[in-house]
Design a protein around this ligand. Structure first.
Ligand code: KG4
Ligand code: ZN
Length: 356
């Protein structure tokens, strides 16, 4: 089976071609075109994102097919992210995906972006290693969710952020430190030279001991901002050496707070669910300190842990294609009038059992 996958839920215009069944998948080509236009605004501007998707999606899909050596008529299905995400961005990919599938007379399948992030682990490590049931953590610029995946495509939410996503907090603190956008990777890099215990930033535990699995990162971000204001940042420290040390210590202490909360919430979820396997994905899962903490924690607890390699943690269409293969294998697809769903709330009726 040959699947073209399209992902345009946020600010990356992505397409991929996958061949095979869910058990044995070959990634033939995978392109991610990250939109640079948002850098000057230090954040994603939704209207600009959808216009950029419109400009880029045609060339990206053409090139991904060319690289895979696949002509449109050879395709068996089109997979496309149908939510959650920015509505204008989602509509670009979804409209193209539905139109292509309809024109070719093949099934279209709408994929939940969060489910897609977790499927990256099955694509990279094989369906056996990343096999449900498992507890999944998706931490990205728009999402921080902990879920129990009973089988591929069947999951329930255990906890989610009540305000900022983990990646959003990274991006906002990076902006305060003058590191540009998106700034997660820059914080992570600066943190390597810093002391994670230099400053005690707060952790929002939200009744962790009582089993609370929701998360919150906006208080942490605000506390970093207040601290920087108190220190007279960015005027001081003026000395370049002290300045570099200060930035590294703030980055490391902030990162430590995020890693602490994400890892402890995840272990609590695993304990509550009685799970023995864990899958972690999303852009923030590329973070070195988080990966290291999770690897150590999983080893201590005797858990199997799968985290995709950094390029497959961030947004991409290969993960969407993988999630689609899992659903297609069960005979599921979507209708050609499928609507985009910008939030995580109501996904009932998104799939039907018979091919159109
Ligand atoms: O999954 P993703 O590519 O897009 C969304 O679905 O949002 O995640 C992007 C997020 C951004 O907030 C970015 O700053 C963050 O992931 N990120 C990181 C790292 N690399 C990317 N955060 C922390 N450490 C990193 N190394
Ligand atoms: Zn994402």
């Amino acid at each position: 089976m040959l699947v073209l996958a399209i992902e345009t839920s946020c600010d990356d215009t992505c397409a991929a071609v996958l061949a095979g069944e869910a058990g044995t998948v070959t990634l033939l080509s995978n392109l991610v075109s990250s939109q640079l236009i948002h850098e000057e605004y230090e954040g994603i501007v939704p209207e600009l994102a959808s216009r950029e998707h419109l400009r880029l999606i045609g060339p990206v899909v053409s090139r991904v097919l060319e690289q895979a050596g696949v002509d449109l008529p050879a395709l068996d299905a089109v997979a496309v992210t149908s939510g959650p995400g920015l509505i204008g961005s989602l509509l670009v990919g979804l409209s193209l995906g539905k139109a292509l599938a309809y024109g070719l007379g093949i099934p279209v399948i709408g994929i939940n972006h969060i489910e897609g992030h977790l499927a990256a682990a099955a694509l990279e490590f094989g369906a056996d290693r990343a096999r449900p049931p498992f507890v999944g953590l998706v931490a990205s610029g728009g999402h921080t969710e902990i879920m129990l995946v009973s089988e591929w495509g069947r999951w329930s939410l255990l906890g989610a952020t009540r305000d900022d996503a983990a990646g959003e907090a990274f991006d906002k603190v990076a902006k305060l430190l003058g590191m540009g956008f998106p700034g997660g990777a820059a914080i992570s890099k600066a943190a390597r030279a810093g002391n994670p215990e230099a400053y005690a930033f707060p952790r929002a535990w939200l009744d962790l001991d009582g089993g609370g699995l929701d998360l919150s990162f906006s208080g942490l971000k605000t506390s970093v901002k207040l601290f920087l204001d108190e220190q007279d940042w960015p005027e001081r420290p003026a000395d370049p050496v002290q300045r570099a040390r200060f930035v590294a210590d703030v980055a490391a202490s902030f990162e430590e707070a995020v890693v602490d909360v994400l890892s402890r919430k995840l272990w609590k979820a695993v304990e509550k669910a009685g799970a023995s396997r864990v899958v972690v994905a999303g852009g923030v899962a590329a973070n070195r300190a988080l990966r290291q903490r999770l690897v150590e924690g999983a080893a201590e607890r005797g858990l199997e842990l799968e985290i995709p390699s950094p390029p497959l943690c961030g947004d991409n269409a290969a993960m969407i294609g993988m999630a689609a293969l899992q659903r297609l294998q069960r005979g599921e697809c979507s209708s050609y009038d499928l609507a985009a769903i910008p939030n995580l709330d109501d996904w009932t009726g998104h799939y039907q059992q018979t091919a159109p």
